[in-house]
Design a protein around this ligand. Structure first.
Ligand code: FMN
Length: 414
């Protein structure tokens, strides 16, 4: 659809959104992916994870995107991520899908491979587009191995297989994670990808793997399933993926027939997704709104904007302007699981949505971002246990959790 064909509509957070595949989101509020770290040791979803999604399902958001699910049990983003590479724990995945969607929310599974920022348990050496280590504290004491062409073919089939299994388990679709410095985002980045074959060099070559994965996944899930992609508006790094090229990638994804593009930005080295590194041209509260507007001027594909959105007025304003179609919220849902119901019912006053305070000051960006993740993730068990207003773990436990994550990451690279 060209942007010119979009008629002006009265759109607010409560309006349904039909997606190109035929699935309709009941409203415009989405819980963005948040890595729950509530898988079992074998990668199966735990009952706590299922209860967490029951709570979020009751919470009113039209779309629930799971935390990243690994396509390969040898390479995790974080310990205790769910893994889905065969049907060994399909029944537990089915219960997870059912728990989230029981009250009408649409459940989409985010699928991911960490590439060079993997922690163990089984890969003794991470893989990436090139044998280049990211420069970030707590990571990659080992240099990654550059993927061969046959490794790449294997990874493609893994994305498709995980997507197929997600559908078999009752999810409404999948989201391919191509943001935040993980494998597909590494391929897009000229900094991480210095290959000289058909997967590196020119922008077309660097985006080849993402487009191949999207085509494979569409084939696996069929035309009636949601196929979403999460993409960086930019990497916010010198020689990383830049905005103009990201816009071209987004348009290529539209041509490939995706249903929803989620816009984010940054990676562990420059964590723009949590607002720790800021785009100096950023508008008001949303970190990546300017990019969304640029893309909207050229594209009619459904857009979801995530990162720093904190007021109902702002949400309704950008929806009414058709700047974006879906509002993604992460951290606020880790504090108030039933937030969407309040926003939709009009019982949320004009207060900003809650999340942990950011430590001011620069120079410690990755640590600051770890603290954000640790603080919010510490609330997930409480939400699963039925708590409605969470206060966070406190400074000492946050520091301990972030320190533990970084230590595990560092040690499992050996
Ligand atoms: C605890 C935590 C875990 C996250 N895990 C993921 C993830 O698995 N996949 C992903 O795409 N983004 C992940 N994110 C990023 C969020 O989806 C979102 O982009 C970010 O928090 C900005 O949105 P917000 O300002 O509304 O929190 C995570 C964020 C948090 C706080």
């Amino acid at each position: 659809m060209s942007p010119k064909n979009r008629s002006p509509r009265l759109v607010a957070v409560g309006s349904p959104l039909p997606l190109p595949c035929g699935v309709t989101l009941p409203n415009r509020l989405a819980k963005a992916a948040m890595s729950e770290q509530l898988g079992q040791i074998d990668g199966a979803p735990s009952q706590t994870l299922t209860r967490l999604y029951s709570a979020w399902g009751r919470g009113g958001a039209g779309l629930l995107i799971t935390g990243n699910v690994m396509i390969d049990r040898r390479a995790y983003v974080e310990p205790r991520n769910v893994t889905l590479e065969d049907d060994r724990h399909l029944e537990a995945v089915r219960n997870w899908a059912r728990a989230g969607s029981r009250e009408g929310a649409v459940m989409v599974m985010q699928i991911n491979h960490p590439g060079r920022v993997a922690v163990g348990p089984l890969h003794r050496r991470p893989v990436g587009p090139s044998a280049l280590r990211p420069q970030v504290i707590g990571y990659n004491l080992r240099k990654p191995r550059a993927l061969s062409i046959s490794d790449i073919a294997d990874l493609r089939s893994r994305y498709a297989r995980t997507a197929e299994l997600a559908m078999a388990a009752g999810f409404a679709g999948v989201q391919v994670h191509a943001a935040h410095g993980y494998l597909l985002s590494q391929f897009l980045s000229p900094l991480a990808n210095q290959r000289t074959d058909q997967y590196g060099g020119s922008p077309q070559n660097r985006r080849r793997l993402l487009l191949e994965v999207v085509a494979d996944v569409r084939e696996a899930v069929g035309p009636n399933a949601i196929l979403s992609v999460k993409l960086n508006s930019a990497d916010f790094q010198h020689r990383g993926l830049e905005e103009n090229e990201s816009l071209d990638v987004a348009l290529a994804l539209e041509s490939a027939g995706i249903d929803l593009l989620e816009i984010s930005g940054g990676n562990y080295e420059a964590p723009a997704m949590t607002g720790v590194v800021q785009d100096s041209t950023r508008e008001r509260e949303a970190y990546f709104l300017r990019y969304a507007r640029e893309l909207r001027a050229r594209s009619g594909m459904p857009l979801m904007l995530t990162g720093g959105i904190r007021t109902l007025d702002f949400m309704n304003e950008v929806l009414a302007q058709s700047a974006v179609d879906v509002i993604g919220l992460g951290r606020p849902f880790a504090v108030r699981p039933d937030l969407a119901a309040e926003l939709l019912a009009g019982t949320w006053d004009s207060r900003e949505l809650p999340c942990a305070p950011r430590i001011p000051g620069r120079g410690l960006d990755p640590v600051n971002s770890y603290l954000q993740l640790a603080w919010h993730a510490a609330n997930f068990r409480g939400i699963a246990a039925g708590e409605k207003r969470l206060r966070g773990p406190g400074a000492v436990r946050t520091l301990a959790a972030a320190g533990a994550t970084m230590t595990v990451r560092a040690l499992t690279q050996f």
